[in-house]
Design a protein. Structure first.
Lengths: 568, 132
């Protein structure tokens, strides 16, 4: 049977080992048998030989390749049934010429063959032969082949053409003749040869695997067709032509998709577009994110540095200020100390001579050293009075100095008001008697205790009382104690000469005295009232004044009453 | 035997004044013009009362008072501080340093001696009590 002959022989020479011949064989037998049974159907017998990617049988035993894709597409359109006849190149050509095959793919047109077979018009593929070299070789022209070994398929067109070229150009090259294109490529990989001559399709499909690169040396361009036995299948061939024309003009057709599918060159490892776009977008996003983060980080750093600088500056300034303040404080403290020292010294210095004056005058007036005559006594009394006066002036000056310097300390205690008022009345009663004035005490409060500095308070009362007596020539001086809500009011009222309204405010200023033309009579530094007011203010109250010319004056001491204490 | 007063005072006039008044009131008076001298004399003479001027040169009055108080031989002798009473806290300072009382300068010649006699009465130690 034809099939068995084809099978055994064809596969043995053209295929690699490990090919499932038996399975393929069975399938094909069935197909053929089937086709015979449906006697009416016209099966087109198509030869296959091993020349991937143009035409071959794949590992699953199916016909594959560019020519296969095309003829199957045409068959579908036309409603043909195809039968596949794998075999070797020579075998199939023989079968073709004898009419036992209808079509043979991948046949290059030449004059000889035109005698034997029919070709259709429009070529299926344009092919050429090409030299593929080792990666490290830089082949640019045919002369570069000098001294190199070229692997070729035995009895192939590549062999014959190259032999002509080489001898024609006088190049010294050797040929390594092998039995298959696979062996041809292998030999270069194994370094038995430097170059491999194969068809462009085969070479491109397998170059990478074998670590070869395309050289620019191409030759033997040929158009590849389906060939058919002479004079037989004109209808087939025209159909093929028709379809080819259509396919080649449609970029979406099987023609192009098949080419793309099978030709690795076109099939460079490409990322599907969507992946590429995603990666680019991702990349961009990443880049932006990173850039953003870098920028932010820089900003933060800058800011941090700025802040740190500002901080440092602030701290420096704070240090400066603190130093300045510390200095100012120390200066103030020193000033205070100086004031205190001054006051202490002045006080001591002023009182010391007075001690002698007052003391010895007193001793003399006591007649301790001996008797004195009335004249001496009179004079000594004058000295004594003057020195006491001087002492009180010195005390006033020192008091006001202390108050001004903030050195006056009040010793507050709970003072029995009634007892105090009675005491001071007693102290000035002699002074009032001498001027024949009525001295009265009006207590309108009961059991009042005030929180004051007792000594200073008495000092103020005495000051006001003696002023009142001093400026009153006739009538009375009254000491009144009243309570209004939470305020205690003590009044020193006199029926004296009074004080003009425009001079009222000035009275409390230090060194002020009203000018009544009677200055000589009312001696004093004028400090008394100003000290009194300051003292009362330090105790939390105030002194106010009412006066009418020739009618008299009322000096009011107002003090707050926080709590009342009752004398049990 | 009349009481003995030790006056520690560097100003001659002040000393003269106080001494005159006290002697004319029946008291015996000895004096020192510095803190050191005063302490020595106190130890040696064991006075009944010490009048101590606060404003002394070299060792100030407060220190003298403290030293007297910490010396076992003389710690019980009453001390009256004589001060100008110038600044805040003078009185407290004197009392804190160990004085029993104080008198302000300028002194009142009419009452000075009586005041001292009173202090002698108030502060005298028991073993001088004639009743026992």
């Amino acid at each position: 049977m034809r099939i068995s002959a084809v099978n055994t022989k064809g596969f043995a020479s053209a295929q690699r080992a490990g090919f499932p011949f038996r399975q393929v064989f069975s399938v094909l037998v069935l197909l053929f048998a089937f086709s015979l049974l449906s006697a009416k159907d016209h099966i087109i017998r198509v030869g296959i030989y091993h020349n991937p990617p143009k035409v071959f049988v794949d590992e699953h035993g199916n016909p594959a390749g560019i020519f296969v894709d095309i003829i199957e597409e045409i068959a579908r359109s036309e409603g043909w049934s195809l039968g596949w006849y794998p075999g070797s190149w020579e075998e199939n050509l023989r079968l073709l010429s004898s009419g036992e095959l209808d079509l043979m793919p991948d046949v290059a047109f030449n004059e000889e063959r035109a005698e034997l077979y029919d070709f259709h018009q429009s070529p299926v593929l344009v092919s050429w032969s090409q030299l593929f070299s080792r990666k490290d070789l830089r082949i640019r022209t045919y002369t570069d082949l000098d001294g190199l070994v070229i692997a070729v398929l035995k009895n192939s067109v590549q062999e014959s053409i190259l032999e002509e070229v080489v001898s024609g150009l006088g190049i010294n090259s050797r040929f390594l003749r092998l039995d298959s294109f696979d062996e041809v490529l292998d030999s270069v990989e194994d370094k038995d040869a430097d170059l491999a001559a194969t068809s462009v399709f085969f070479g491109r499909m397998n170059a990478k695997e074998h670590r070869l690169v395309e050289s620019p040396l191409i030759f033997n361009p040929s158009n590849l067709y389906f060939a058919s036995p002479k004079g037989k299948n004109q209808d087939l061939l025209s159909a093929i032509d028709r379809h080819l024309e259509l396919m080649k003009s449609d970029s979406e057709s099987v023609y192009f998709s098949s080419l793309q599918h099978w030709t690795p060159e076109a099939r460079r490892w490409e990322l599907p577009t969507w992946i590429l776009i995603s990666i680019i977008l991702l990349g961009m996003t990443l880049a932006i994110t990173i850039a953003g983060s870098i920028i932010l980080r820089r900003q933060v750093l800058l800011r941090t540095n700025e802040l740190r600088q500002t901080n440092q500056e602030m701290e420096l300034r704070i240090e400066d200020r603190t130093e300045e303040l510390g200095f100012a404080l120390r200066q103030a403290q020193v000033a205070d100390m100086l004031k205190s020292a001054f006051l202490a010294t002045m006080s001591h210095e002023l009182r010391t001579p007075l001690n002698s004056i007052i003391g010895f005058t007193g001793i003399l007036l006591q007649k301790l050293p001996g008797e004195i005559n009335p004249e001496q006594e009179k004079m000594l009394k004058i000295i004594q009075t003057s020195s006491r006066h001087l002492l009180s002036l010195i005390n006033d000056v020192l008091d006001i100095s202390k108050i001004e310097a903030g050195q006056l300390e009040l010793r507050l205690s709970d003072v029995n008001l009634q007892a105090t008022l009675e005491k001071v009345i007693g102290l000035v009663s002699l002074q009032a008697e001498e001027k024949e004035l009525d001295l009265k005490l009006e207590m309108m409060t009961r059991n009042v205790f005030i929180k004051v500095d007792q000594r200073r308070f008495e000092q103020v009362l005495l000051n006001l009382l003696s002023n009142a007596i001093k400026f009153t020539d006739k009538g009375s001086v009254t000491l009144i104690s009243e309570k209004k809500e939470n305020t205690l009011r003590i009044t020193v009222k006199d029926s004296g000469i009074g004080i003009p309204e425009d001079k009222l405010d000035a009275l409390f200023m230090p060194f002020q005295q009203i000018d009544t033309g009677l200055n000589r009579k009312y001696e004093g530094t004028g400090l008394g009232l100003s000290i009194s007011q300051k003292l009362i203010r330090l105790m939390g109250g105030d002194i106010t004044l009412e006066s009418k010319i020739n009618q008299g004056s009322s000096f009011h001491i107002c003090l707050p009453l926080d709590q009342e204490k009752h004398d049990e | 035997m009349s009481k003995l007063v030790l006056i520690i005072e560097d100003n001659r006039e002040n000393y003269y004044l106080m001494r005159y008044l006290l002697e004319h009131h029946g008291l015996r008076v000895i004096g020192a013009d510095s803190g050191w001298m005063g302490i020595e004399m106190a130890i040696y003479n064991k006075p009944d009362i010490i009048l101590l001027d606060i404003q002394l040169p070299e060792m100030d009055g407060y220190s003298v008072a403290r030293r007297i108080r910490s010396n076992p031989e003389i710690k019980d002798i009453p001390i009256v501080a004589v001060t100008s009473y110038a600044m805040m806290g003078d009185k407290e300072h004197a009392l804190a340093a160990g004085a029993n009382a104080y008198i302000e300068k300028p002194i009142n010649p009419d009452s000075f001696a009586d005041e001292i006699l009173e202090y002698l009465e108030d502060f005298r130690s028991d073993d001088e009590d004639p009743v026992r």
